[in-house]
Design a protein around this ligand. Structure first.
Ligand code: NAD
Length: 353
């Protein structure tokens, strides 16, 4: 595998492979940048078919974390871990072994939850390293499961997008299709339903789907059809790369704004969305609520109220991106990438000077 030549390689500072025969741990930690601070980003547990696929995901996700943390104004760089494995077979010992791998990096990388990992898993990681966040917390303290915080940011971001593209002051009667109603999607549906939005939802897990239908009066749609739903807003909250050359011509939403990381299969898909007249909320800007919480928890001494106040900064950042994109005839993802790179370059220049 020629890592330096991979399409996903973007000048990453460090890529670490970890193996523990006793627990079966096979993990990759990618540190994209520590220019702004320790590289922070979650740990994904996924049954990757090949090592190359796992490395590509770690590289892509860690770069996304550099941009996400830069845009959220956090003093953290970008990193991500992936564990190759079957979520149903995870053990406390596996996460303890992963914690030892994180500890070995001496604080250059700080881990937390991602797809396939939970607060309980991070508690096991914390048995062997301090460089972990997203742990349990006392009421009123910053931290805990980042999923609900991500959902709050996405909800506020959808409001900002609806105001910008539809001239809507609130979401009463606005139709939203949510793809994936797991840790983030469920809480997003709660916020949207509270404000009177009409929900269409899809998930591969029937029980998760039933729950949001029962609790929020959402209408279930087939997994194969949710991307094409005739709605105002499409909120991808499951997997990455759902916006691609095949799906974009079939979209009927006016806005795409959701939690999933790496929604665009390729950068040029942002242009296809713009040409189709669809407003795209860059994923790493709208879904920063979780890392904002993780960051405050890790530094210590913050309250939940401070986390929530920070998350309320997300809609203004999105509106600035939407306005710049319109003014400069550029895509929203290109504007966001440019702003993130400016902050990284500015800090790098100050460090060198
Ligand atoms: P999750 O695993 O709890 O939920 C994902 C849901 O999507 C599950 O219910 C799953 O069954 C469903 N799903 C999987 N494939 C699907 C498909 N093809 N169609 C419809 N549903 C499908 O994960 P999560 O924590 O809710 O995260 C969701 C997305 O948001 C991920 O892409 C994640 O990387 C991203 N994200 C999460 C956070 C966070 O704080 N948890 C932060 C930033 C970004």
């Amino acid at each position: 595998m020629e890592i330096f030549d991979m399409r996903e390689f973007d000048g990453h500072e460090q890529v670490v492979f970890g193996h523990d025969p006793a627990t079966g741990l096979r993990a990759i930690i990618a540190i994209h940048s520590t220019v702004l601070g320790p590289a922070a980003g979650g740990c994904r547990l996924w049954p990757y078919a090949t090592t190359a696929e796992a490395v590509a995901d770690a590289l892509r996700l860690s770069r996304g974390m550099s941009y996400k943390n830069a845009m959220a104004g956090l003093d953290f760089g970008g990193g991500k871990a992936v564990i190759v494995g079957e979520p149903r077979r995870k053990t406390p010992e596996l996460f303890e072994a992963f914690g030892r791998l994180v500890e070995g990096l001496g604080g250059r990388y700080v881990t937390a939850e991602d797809v396939g990992t939970t607060t309980a898993d991070m508690a096991n990681v914390s048995r062997s390293t301090h460089y972990v966040s997203g742990l349990g917390r006392a009421p009123g303290e910053a931290g805990g499961d980042p999923g609900p915080k991500t959902a709050l940011g996405v909800y506020l971001g959808i409001r900002a997008a609806a105001k910008f593209a539809l001239g809507r002051a609130d979401l009463e009667g606005v139709t939203v299709a949510v793809q994936g109603v797991g840790g983030v999607g469920y809480h997003l549906c709660a916020h949207l339903a509270d404000e009177g939005a009409q929900l269409q939802v899809a998930d591969v897990r029937p029980a998760a789907l039933q729950r949001v239908c029962d609790e929020f009066g959402a209408r279930a749609v087939a997994v194969e059809e949710v991307l094409e739903a005739s709605v105002d807003v499409l909120a991808p909250c499951a997997l990455g790369a759902v916006l691609n050359a095949q799906s974009i011509p079939r979209l009927r939403a006016k806005i795409v704004a959701g939690a999933a990381n790496n929604q665009l299969a390729q950068g040029q898909d942002g242009a296809a969305l713009a040409q189709a007249g669809i407003l795209y909320a860059p994923d790493y800007v709208i879904n920063a609520g979780g890392i904002i919480s993780v960051a405050r928890e890790y530094r210590g001494g913050s309250t939940e109220a401070q986390v929530i106040a920070d998350i309320h900064g997300i809609p203004a950042r999105l509106t600035e991106i939407f306005e710049r994109a319109r003014r400069e005839s550029r895509t929203t993802n290109a504007v966001a990438d440019g702003m993130a790179r400016e902050r990284l370059a500015g800090t790098r220049a100050r460090l060198v000077a």
